[in-house]
Design a protein around this ligand. Structure first.
Ligand SMILES: Cc1ncc(COP(=O)(O)O)c(C=O)c1O
Length: 439
C-alpha cells in the first residue's frame, strides 16, 4: 500500500474467541477439544424446539415484509409489544419510541459507547464482559475506571469503591451494571441495585444495565429490573434474544431508554446513538418479528424453565466439586450460565506446568507460554487445554488482575460435565504443585 492505512489497535483482544485459535491448532494435532469458553447454548448442543422453528418458518412463509428493511428503530408493532411488557412491571413507563433495535446487543454496546464524548467515562464492573470494556476503552483511549466484584464476598460489588471513585472524578458520567453478571454468574441484590441508583441520582449520572440474562435466574435467586427501581434517573436497559431464546446467530438486541425527557445531555446522547443507527438504515427484521410470537407462545416459559433447571443443576455440580479444591475460590452461580473460578493470591507462578502426552501439542503450548510475559492464569489455561482438551477463558481477559478462569454451564451431557469439572479440579492441584520442590 502507498500509505499505511491500518488504525493502530489498543492492544486489547477478545480472548473468548482468541483461545479458539489455539484450540483449533491443537485439534489438528489430534486433541479432542471440550469447548467451555463461549456463551452460545446452540453451539453447545441446545436443540431448538420444533414449535420455535415452526413459528419462525411461518413468519418467513407468510410475511414477505420479514425480508424487508424495517423502521430505523425497529419494527413498530414489536417495539409497541416490548414497551407494554416493560410498562406492565409498574415501574418506568416508556413508549415504542424509547426502544431501539440493533444487530445483536454487541452492536448496541459498540454504538452506545462510541456516542459518548471522549473525555466522559463509564464506571465498569471488574471483571467485566469484554465487549463493554473494549468499547469503553476504544472510545476513550485510556484505561478503564472500574469497581471491584469481590470473589471473597460471593462476587458482591464493592459499592464503597464505586461511590469513592464517582465522587472523586467529574468525568465519570455513568455506571454499568451487568445483571445477572458475565463472567461471574452473580445476581445483584435489590438492596445493592437501589444503592447504585441512589449514587447515580446523587452525582447526576446515567445508568447502563445490561439485562440480557435478566430472565435467567436459578437456585431460587430473585432480582429487580432497572425499570422497577430507576425512578427519575436517566438510564438504559440492554436486552436481547441471543441467550434467552436462544438465537445468538440472529444478531438481535435492543435498548430501552428511561427518562430521556428528564435530562438534556442524556437526550443528546440517545440521539447520537439513534443517528448512528440511521446511517445504517435498520437492524435485522426477521428475528424482531419473531419476538412477540415466541415470547407469548404457550411453550416458551416451560422451555426456558427447563433450561434454567439444567443450568442450576450444573451450577451445583461444579460448585460442589470445586468448593473444597485447594488453591482456588469458587462461588455458586445463580444466574446467566457462567461460573468463574479464582486462584488464591500468590499460588500461580510462571514455573508451573502440566504434563502433556503428545509431543507436538506440548511443543505448541511451551512455545506459546515460554519466555512470554503472559498472565499466569492464561498460562494455566493453555496448559489445561494441551493436557486435557478443556478450553476455558482466563479471567484476566475480562480485564481484572485477579487470576482465574471462566467456564460455562452449557454442556448438555451431565456426566461429561461432571467429569470435566473433576478433571479441572485435579489439574488445578497438579499444576500448582508442579512448582513445589519434591520432598
Ligand atoms: C453480558 C452480555 N452482554 C451482551 C452480550 C452480547 O450479546 P449479542 O449476542 O446480542 O451480541 C453478551 C454475549 O455474550 C453478554 O454476555
Amino acid at each position: 500500500m502507498r500509505y499505511d492505512l491500518a488504525k493502530s489497535g489498543n492492544g486489547l483482544t477478545y480472548e473468548i474467541r482468541g483461545i479458539v485459535e489455539v484450540a483449533k491448532l491443537l485439534e489438528q494435532k489430534g486433541i479432542e477439544i471440550c469447548y467451555e469458553n463461549i456463551g452460545d447454548p446452540v453451539a453447545k448442543g441446545e436443540k431448538i424446539p420444533a414449535w420455535m422453528k415452526d413459528t419462525i418458518a411461518d413468519i418467513v412463509k407468510t410475511n414477505d415484509l420479514s425480508f424487508a428493511y424495517c423502521s430505523t428503530k425497529g419494527d413498530e408493532d414489536v417495539r409497541e409489544y416490548l414497551a407494554a411488557k416493560t410498562n406492565a412491571r409498574g415501574g418506568a413507563q416508556i413508549t415504542k419510541n424509547d426502544i431501539i433495535f440493533f444487530n445483536g446487543l454487541g452492536d448496541a454496546i459498540a454504538r452506545a459507547y462510541s456516542s459518548i464524548r471522549v473525555d466522559a467515562r463509564i464506571m465498569l464492573p471488574e471483571p467485566t464482559y469484554s465487549t463493554h470494556l473494549l468499547a469503553e476503552v476504544l472510545h476513550a483511549s485510556y484505561p478503564p475506571n472500574t469497581y471491584r466484584m469481590n470473589p471473597y464476598d460471593n462476587w458482591r460489588p464493592d459499592l464503597n469503591e464505586l461511590e469513592r471513585k464517582v465522587r472523586s472524578s467529574n468525568s465519570i458520567v455513568g455506571i454499568l451494571v451487568i445483571n445477572p453478571d458475565n463472567p461471574t454468574g452473580y445476581v445483584h441484590t435489590e438492596e445493592d441495585l437501589r444503592k447504585i441508583v441512589a449514587i447515580a441520582k446523587e452525582y447526576e449520572l446515567m445508568l447502563i444495565f445490561d439485562e440480557i440474562y435478566l430472565n435467567m435466574l436459578f437456585n431460587g435467586k430473585e432480582t429487580v429490573a432497572l425499570a422497577d427501581i430507576i425512578g427519575d434517573v436517566p438510564g438504559i436497559s440492554m436486552k436481547g434474544i441471543s441467550k434467552e431464546y436462544p438465537w445468538p446467530g440472529a444478531r438481535c438486541g435492543w435498548i430501552e431508554v428511561y427518562n430521556a425527557d428528564k435530562d438534556e445531555a442524556f437526550a443528546r446522547f440517545i440521539n447520537a446513538i439513534f443517528n448512528q443507527k440511521m446511517s445504517e438504515v435498520c437492524s435485522t427484521t426477521l428475528p424482531q418479528l419473531s419476538i412477540p410470537l415466541i415470547m407469548e407462545h404457550e411453550e416458551y416459559q416451560g422451555y426456558l424453565s427447563e433450561r434454567l433447571k439444567h443450568y442450576e443443576n450444573l451450577s451445583n455440580i461444579a460448585y460442589n466439586i470445586l468448593k473444597d479444591c485447594p488453591y482456588v475460590v469458587v462461588n455458586r452461580s445463580n444466574g446467566a450460565f457462567y461460573m468463574s473460578v479464582v486462584f488464591n493470591e500468590a499460588v500461580l507462578s510462571d514455573q508451573q506446568k502440566l504434563s502433556i502426552e503428545l509431543n507436538d501439542v506440548r511443543d505448541i503450548v511451551e512455545d506459546l507460554t515460554n519466555g512470554s510475559r503472559m498472565e499466569n492464569d492464561k498460562r494455566f489455561v493453555y496448559y489445561l487445554l494441551g493436557a486435557t482438551g478443556i478450553c476455558v477463558v482466563p479471567l484476566t481477559s475480562f480485564f481484572t488482575s485477579t487470576p482465574g478462569f471462566r467456564m460455562t454451564l452449557l454442556e448438555k451431557d451431565v456426566d461429561k460435565f461432571e467429569n470435566t469439572v473433576k478433571t479441572i479440579k485435579a489439574k488445578i492441584v497438579e499444576y500448582v504443585e508442579s512448582s513445589k520442590c519434591p520432598a
